[in-house]
Write a protein that binds this ligand. Structure first.
Ligand code: ADP
Length: 618
């Protein structure tokens, strides 16, 4: 074959144009792409030589070599991998790689609009044109004797010639680096320190040595340690920890490490860590999260959100897939079925690992829970398919003791005749303990779960029941605490109360008609004269408070029911008061009910005045 000049096809021209005029600041990713191609070529020859003799000289060490040349302003990247035949060069280097073709049309438009995405696309070989104004590729297919020399200035054409390669099989790519203006802030890719740090950053875990000529001898720039590809039995605790520090920049040790390999329909390795402590920026809105994604040991992206649901955002780690195509972008990943499956598997493993910790290392689990429990609970509204698993993992405070309890443990302590799981939400555990809403339950010796995280409102809302026991808020109507017999007795009693207190109830209803839905005889109070309860289908007072803090309570303000304790002397005394006095007392009691549940009263000044008025009456 004589030297020929050929034109790139239209798609390549577009791509080249993009690369050459790219304003993308991370031009350095070209090295990642070329090293990754070299590593693939090494994988291929390694694999093929298993079944094919004479493909390479026995004892050949497979490697990648970097040769910077300051004087000529070039960088040469060489591998002794499988190489390409002339046809392959034309096919692969003259057209967009098979894998890329389909997505190119859409990709091209996207890259024009958002050049920062280039780093996330596997633009492969062509990324060299971001840093070079001429690229020479010399390659020879293993098992053949004719080499191919390909060259292009990225100007729409390339030349191709047949020239054997002195070193035999493999590929060398020489980049004639562009001269960048000082203000373009592009690194010097002939600088050994720059190259070393880039290899560390992107290609440290490539399984073949990446070498560069040092002062006296060749230096290997990558650690080659793809820790996650080793079997867990070969990895020491120290190695796991070291790697965690490197990965997370967290100098504490992780509380749990989960390392596994998925096989079958989908192959990937996952190395996952649960930190001991929240990082300082954990609760900041824009903090990135996600797992690092590798494809066949090549780093693709950090913080890949598609691999981790938000409620597990505290998890650090990586996934190394053998199936995904290198030509992935964040956008493409979102729709990828395999990615969804990987995430599912990762979530399963994590929830399983947490369950394990809960059963075997309770103290550790409680430490974890103190840090990340509130985050994990977001899974209730967020990941309903995993509700069954999450409900086994959730811990609550309760009236039974100072410590944490699981739902399972709560059920184990339920009293005879107790039908439901009782809970109360609020923002202060101490206040909740003294809440009038608990009076009746305390009398019955029923345990109540106390929930003080804002998310708990959503947790209980989606949990609804556990092992066929209903989760019942103590601040809602229909507490249903009594046995059939007690109920009957109560009904009689209540009927009597209703009759006796009818005029008072009417007067109270009239006074509070704008504030409450109804005034009723209470069955839950023993010591307190009044309280407010939410209708069984209405949001609780605490929920309304949270929503109003979030500015989302528009139109919600569901009116509640004002319950009075018919056995309380204050209520009794009210019967004999004048209409005016009844009105005053009702208003004062209503304010007290608000204060008791942790709400604020709308008009504190008026409340104080009313109290003073009552005091003077004595
Ligand atoms: P991709 O790697 O995503 O397929 P590239 O444009 O980087 O896209 O490469 C296109 C193809 O060229 C590769 O799939 C591979 O077949 C071939 N190729 C690239 N670099 C090398 C190399 N160093 N050795 C052998 N083949 C290579």
């Amino acid at each position: 074959m004589a030297k020929q000049t050929q034109a790139f096809n239209a798609e390549i021209k577009q791509l080249l144009d993009l690369m050459i005029h790219s304003l993308y600041s991370h031009k350095e990713i070209f090295l990642r792409e070329l090293v990754s191609n070299a590593s693939d070529a090494l994988d291929k020859i390694k694999f093929q030589s298993l079944t094919q003799d004479n493909l390479m000289t026995p004892g050949t060490e497979l490697m990648v070599r970097l040769e910077p040349n300051k004087e000529h302003n070039t960088l040469k990247i060489t591998d002794n991998g499988i190489g390409m035949s002339p046809e392959e060069v034309v096919e692969y280097i003259g057209t967009i790689a098979r894998s890329g073709t389909k997505k190119f049309a859409q990709l091209n438009q996207e890259l024009k609009e958002r050049p920062e995405l280039i780093g996330q696309f596997g633009v492969g070989f062509y990324s060299s044109f971001m840093v070079a104004d001429k690229v020479t590729l010399h390659t020879q297919k293993a098992g053949t004797h004719s080499g191919t020399l390909w060259e292009s200035k990225g100007d729409g054409t390339y030349t191709i010639d047949e020239i054997p390669r002195a070193e035999g099989h493999g590929t060398s790519i020489t980049l004639h680096l562009k001269k960048f203006e000082a203000d373009e802030e592009v690194q010097d890719f002939t600088d050994v320190f720059v190259l070393k740090s880039l290899v560390k950053k992107y290609s440290d875990f490539i399984a073949y040595p990446i070498r560069m000529k040092g002062e006296t001898e060749d230096e290997t720039l990558n650690s080659q340690k793809a820790l996650w590809l080793k079997s867990p039995s070969e990895i020491t605790k120290e190695e796991y920890k070291e790697f965690y520090h490197h990965l997370s920049h967290d100098w504490n040790d992780p509380i749990k490490t989960i390392h596994y390999k998925a096989e079958g329909t989908m192959e990937f390795n996952a190395l996952l860590y649960i930190p001991t402590q929240k990082p300082w920026n954990f609760n900041m809105r824009d903090t990135e999260y996600g797992l690092n994604l590798y494809i066949k040991r090549v780093f693709i992206m950090a913080d890949c959100k598609d691999l981790l649901p938000p409620y597990l955002r505290f998890v650090k780690g990586l996934v190394d897939s053998s199936d995904l195509s290198l030509n992935v972008s964040r956008e493409i990943l979102q729709q990828d079925r395999q990615v969804t499956q990987i995430r599912k598997s990762v979530v399963n493993k994590l929830l399983g690992g947490l369950k394990d910790m809960l059963t075997k290392e309770r103290g550790m689990y409680e430490m974890f829970w103190n840090e990340f429990g509130a985050t994990l609970k977001e899974g209730f509204p967020g990941d309903m398919p995993n509700k069954e698993k999450l409900q086994e993992l959730v811990l609550f405070k309760s009236t039974a003791s100072d410590g944490w309890t699981t739902l399972e443990e709560y059920i184990g302590r339920m009293k005879e005749g107790q039908k439901d799981i009782y809970f109360m939400t609020g923002d202060d555990l101490g206040k909740m303990m003294d809440s009038p809403y608990l009076e009746k339950l305390k009398e019955k010796n029923y345990e109540v779960l106390l929930m003080a995280d804002p998310i708990d409102e959503w947790v209980t809302d989606s949990l609804r029941e556990y092992k066929e026991k209903k989760l019942q808020s103590v601040t809602k109507e229909d507490l249903n605490l009594d046995t059939e017999e007690e109920k009957k007795k109560k009904e009689e009693e209540t009927k009597g109360f209703l009759e006796r207190f009818k005029p008072l109830l009417e007067s109270m209803k009239d006074t509070l008609k704008d504030q409450v839905k109804d005034v009723n005889i209470s069955e839950r109070l023993t010591e307190t004269p009044v309280c407010l309860v939410a209708g069984s289908h209405d949001p609780s007072a605490h929920m309304q408070k949270i929503l109003s803090q979030m500015g989302q309570d528009k139109g919600l303000n569901a009116k509640r029911i004002f319950e009075i304790n018919p056995k309380h002397p204050v209520i009794e005394k009210m019967m004999s008061l004048s209409a005016d006095q009844q009105k005053l007392w009702t208003e004062v009691l209503y304010s007290q009910a608000l204060l008791n549940e942790g709400s604020s009263i709308p008009d504190p000044k008026k409340f104080s005045k009313q109290l003073a008025e009552l005091m003077l009456k004595q």
